[in-house]
Design a protein around this ligand. Structure first.
Ligand code: PRX
Length: 566
């Protein structure tokens, strides 16, 4: 049987009970991700196996076995319980990629509380909108990031405690407590809270076109999807050393940087340091990484460094590569096949889907530039944007639609039921992306169907940028779009109409840029500002970002009359 025929065969007989069976889960039992990622691995004879190999920018390395992870998550969980954390409370994890981030994340789940991971590069305003929305009771953080929390805590009535993991002898403010995990008395036995499959687990914030970021709420049931896709798509085997380059502030870093791999009992290598080609290749060589999950922007950066850089390192341990977050261009797949001897396998999914839904699974021949096919158990299609019915001919460009029902599907947007409901039409969940399906059933990504900016694999909502700009006294109106960028695919650009009495000039541009820097995360910072006398609007006065976008990309603006009533 050919590979592709075997793949199709697999699709026919698939049932999610495979994951329940492999994880030894029986209906009616408690299901706690924290327990499945630590205690269960120990109980299945892998207590002494390495769970985490951690390295920082200085090259310092620490190693943790699954038994270490079990005891440390117990210790952290017991401490948090002592601080009054109850099941269902939101606990934010706001740290660099230090071991306490990973341990704290699982500890919160062991308590039956909801973990809200936030990217540590967020400034206080990005932090404020997300903490205000979640109503987090506790934040787990480091001293340097705790200072940002300290600045805004007066505006966060629900926030009781900031737990500072590296406080040392520093003077703490009201509402801050120090917790030194390494030196805390260890808690060997801790009973994980008996969460059910439908108990909320992770709350990830994601940006949309309108309004502030929304919290996509996941449940413990997600582990079945994350476990099985990590096993089948990332092809994790018992002897692998796996590296996911994503930060747990984003969903890739939790679904495939924590839950999926550790539920499989996989050894993960974690690098808490910035990008450089030599550092990355050196990290692979030093820890003999076998499976590597990264993103197109990183691959493009590596491509820029040329073909000599990988030759300086011993990379023969690598055996499987995968990518996520942005379109994986055909050149990147061809480049990695040539230079690393392996192709990158594309994986498409979202914060909302919780796990990979469309992919070039091993065994499926890769068509470079295509995302591949739906994972077994995922019912996907492309629907006509007008009728929301699936197209009946290959090649038509429409909206990617998924039939709800796989285990890791998000269950709600936190406190935003209307926006949640608006994502479902005709029984389909609409991803907000455009694609086509070819005659062989392969999916080809076309673009977003909304105004969200995907910069280097990170979604940035234009509204967040525009709101920050509008706070500047000179700005009357603003619109943010993505402009082309050779590495990050797109980067934010702002169009600004000034209030009367202000003249566009370089000094004002610099002043507005500096103002933004204080309000926005580095990812959301506009890389260019263009002053305009007015912005294109529809009849109801809504700014038409799509018109600006089309001009910026040299595309046809299209039929503006259809936009006018939006
Ligand atoms: O637009 C798609 C793009 O990233 C969006 C999801 O972003 P986020 O929720 O932050 O999750 C990112 C990591 C899962 C999608 O709606 N995207 C994700 N994967 C791909 C992609 N675009 C093209 N190809 C992909 N493989």
């Amino acid at each position: 049987m050919t590979n592709i025929a075997r793949f199709e065969e697999e699709l026919k007989h698939f049932d999610w009970s495979i994951a329940r069976h492999e994880l030894g889960y029986k209906e009616g039992q408690p299901l706690n991700i924290g327990w499945y990622c630590t205690d269960r691995i120990c109980q299945t004879g892998r207590a002494k196996k390495l769970a985490m190999i951690w390295e920082n920018h200085a090259g310092e390395v620490r190693r943790f076995t699954f038994d270490d992870m079990r005891v440390l998550t117990n210790t952290f969980a017991a401490h948090l319980r002592g601080l009054g954390v109850q099941p269902g409370d939101r606990v934010c994890v706001f740290m660099d990629r230090v071991p306490e981030l990973y341990i704290g994340f699982l500890a919160v789940l062991k308590l039956g509380a909801i973990v809200q991971p936030l990217f540590s590069a967020f400034g206080d305003e990005s932090l404020l909108t997300r903490l205000e929305s979640s109503g987090a009771k506790v934040v787990l953080t480091q001293h340097k990031h705790g200072l940002k929390v300290r600045k805004i805590r007066d505006q966060l009535p629900a926030l009781e405690t900031s737990v500072i993991i590296d406080a040392g002898d520093r003077k703490l403010a009201d509402g801050e407590v120090g917790f030194d995990l390494d030196n805390a008395p260890k808690v060997n036995d801790f009973e994980s809270y008996p969460t059910t499959p439908e108990t909320p687990s992770v709350l990830h914030y994601t940006s949309g076109t309108t309004g502030q970021p929304k919290g996509a709420l996941h449940v413990h049931n997600s582990v079945f999807s994350q476990y099985l896709t990590a096993s089948w798509v990332l092809d994790l085997q018992e002897s692998d050393v796996y590296w996911c380059t994503a930060d747990p502030g984003w969903v890739t870093g939790t679904s495939y940087g924590i839950i999926g791999p550790w539920a499989n009992g996989t050894t993960q290598a974690i690098l808490d340091a910035g990008f450089s080609a030599d550092r990355w290749y050196g990290f692979i060589a030093k820890h003999k990484i076998t499976v590597w999950y990264s993103a197109p922007t990183a691959i493009r950066l590596l491509m820029k460094e040329g073909e000599e850089a990988p030759k300086r390192h011993e990379l023969s341990s690598l055996r499987h590569l995968a990518s996520v977050g942005e379109p994986l261009n055909a050149e990147a797949v061809i480049w990695s096949q040539k230079v690393l001897g392996l192709p990158f396998h594309d994986t498409f999914w979202q914060t909302e889907t919780g796990s990979i839904v469309i992919t070039n699974m091993p065994g499926l021949p890769i068509k470079p530039g295509s995302m591949g096919k739906p994972f077994p158990g995922i019912v996907a299609t492309v629907v006509d944007p007008k009728t929301f019915e699936p197209f009946d001919h290959p090649g038509a460009v429409g909206l990617i639609a998924l039939r709800p029902g796989w285990p890791s599907m998000f269950r709600q947007y936190w406190n935003k039921p209307e926006i949640y409901a608006s994502k479902f039409v005709n029984g389909w969940y609409l991803s907000g992306d455009r694609a086509s399906i070819d005659a062989d059933g392969y999916y080809w990504f076309v673009g977003r169907d909304d105004d969200v900016i995907n910069t280097g694999g990170h979604l940035v909502g234009p509204f967040e940028i525009e709101s920050a700009l509008l706070e500047h006294p000179a700005v009357a109106e603003s619109a943010a779009i993505g402009m082309p960028d050779p590495v990050n695919m797109e980067v934010p650009k702002a169009f600004i109409a000034l209030k009367q009495g202000y003249e566009p000039n370089d000094d004002l541009e610099l002043e507005i840029m500096n103002f933004c820097r204080k309000h926005l995360s580095p990812l959301a910072m506009p890389q260019a500002i263009e002053f305009v006398t007015s912005l294109p609007k529809n009849r109801s006065g809504k700014i038409m970002r799509r018109v600006l976008h089309a001009k910026e990309w040299g595309e046809e603006v299209g039929d503006i009359s259809t936009l006018e009533d939006e």
